[in-house]
Design a protein around this ligand. Structure first.
Ligand code: FAD
Length: 284
């Protein structure tokens, strides 16, 4: 199908985009990579009267380190995240996830901000943002707001983001002992089950762990029982196997669709939790 007609404007800065969004009074949508929005427009499930293109706002595409924290701008494309030397060294789990998204076309156009705003239940970034305890920085007409990943993903395609706000980027502490593992749909590569793990390890002991799950339910969640089972334990194969063994038991509503039944997803959560934890352990 062909989308309904719309106006198009290219924003020159974050503030310009906020001004244009406000002036449109709810009739406009931001477009970044267009890889989630344009398919919806072609199906006429989304019919904005205007698109405000933020993809070329250079200041929003940074991947940098500032004051001991990693910052990634909202318009950083998945390929840039996947191949960033800084992220490979300081936060390989985030780079892993970006490198697993879709295909080269999707990775060269799709953006971090677009993925977080869209919040597809099978998207990869939400799990890693939970694992690295990311701050999500938003700006709207009333100024800046920061939401932690823990509170950002609220439901199916639902996040803590007002219609007049824009995701500017994310910020998190380095997580060198991190990894991402997913069971992917064969065609799109979206996660049937995706697990991100970030461990704080000192002298062979896991000080703390954060584990994020995507693909399995309506939105990404943390696997708190796995985190508790790991904290204070030695980083060994046996501890990982035991902690991952019951992963997902506390997740009550699992997706069932043409790609996988609820039972299959439930069975795969421990498998991919273990793989993510083993991947992190290899980096310790
Ligand atoms: C064939 C295919 C395969 C895919 N496979 C995967 C996969 O394996 N894993 C995965 O995670 N994803 C996958 N995706 C989705 C892909 O990652 C998209 O790029 C991503 O979900 C959206 O990013 P975008 O920049 O394209 O956003 P757009 O499509 O431009 O926008 C999506 C939504 O976010 C809003 N938005 C965009 N940027 C911002 C911002 N900065 N602030 C606030 N709102 C904003 C838009 O208004 C729109 O509502 C796939 C997509 C396709 C087409």
């Amino acid at each position: 199908m062909i989308s309904s007609s719309f106006d198009y404007a290219r924003a020159t800065s974050l503030d310009d985009a906020i001004k244009r969004l406000g002036a449109a009074g709810g009739a406009a949508k931001l477009v970044a990579g267009g890889h989630s929005l344009v398919p919806l427009m072609k199906l006429r499930l989304s019919e904005p009267q205007a698109l405000i293109d933020i993809a070329r706002i250079k200041a929003l595409s940074n991947i940098s380190e500032l004051d001991g924290h990693i910052e990634i701008g909202a318009t950083a494309v998945h390929h840039a995240v996947a191949t960033s030397k800084l992220l490979r060294r300081q936060c390989p789990g985030v780079a892993d996830a970006a490198g697993e998204i879709g295909d080269p076309q999707v990775r060269n156009r799709g953006t971090l901000g677009g993925s977080l705003a869209h919040a597809d239940p099978a998207a990869d970034y939400p799990a890693v943002m939970l694992a690295v305890d990311a701050e999500i920085h938003l700006k709207g007409p009333k100024g800046w707001r920061m939401v932690r990943a823990d509170g950002f993903f609220q439901g199916l395609f639902t996040v803590d983001l007002a219609p007049d706000e824009i995701i500017a980027g994310v910020r998190f502490a380095p997580a060198p002992v991190s990894a991402y593992a997913k069971l992917r749909q064969r065609a799109s590569h979206y996660a049937i089950v995706g697990v991100a793990a970030a461990l704080q390890v000192n002298d062979g002991t896991i000080q703390s762990a954060r584990v994020g799950l995507t693909g399995a339910g309506a939105h990404a969640v943390r696997l708190s029982s796995v985190e508790r089972a790991l904290a204070g334990q030695p980083l060994t194969d046996a501890v990982i196997a035991s902690a991952a063994g019951h992963a997902g038991a506390e997740v009550t509503h699992l997706n069932a669709d043409i790609h996988a039944s609820e039972d299959y997803r439930r069975a795969m959560i421990p498998v991919f939790t273990r793989r993510a934890l083993e991947g992190a352990m290899r980096r310790a």
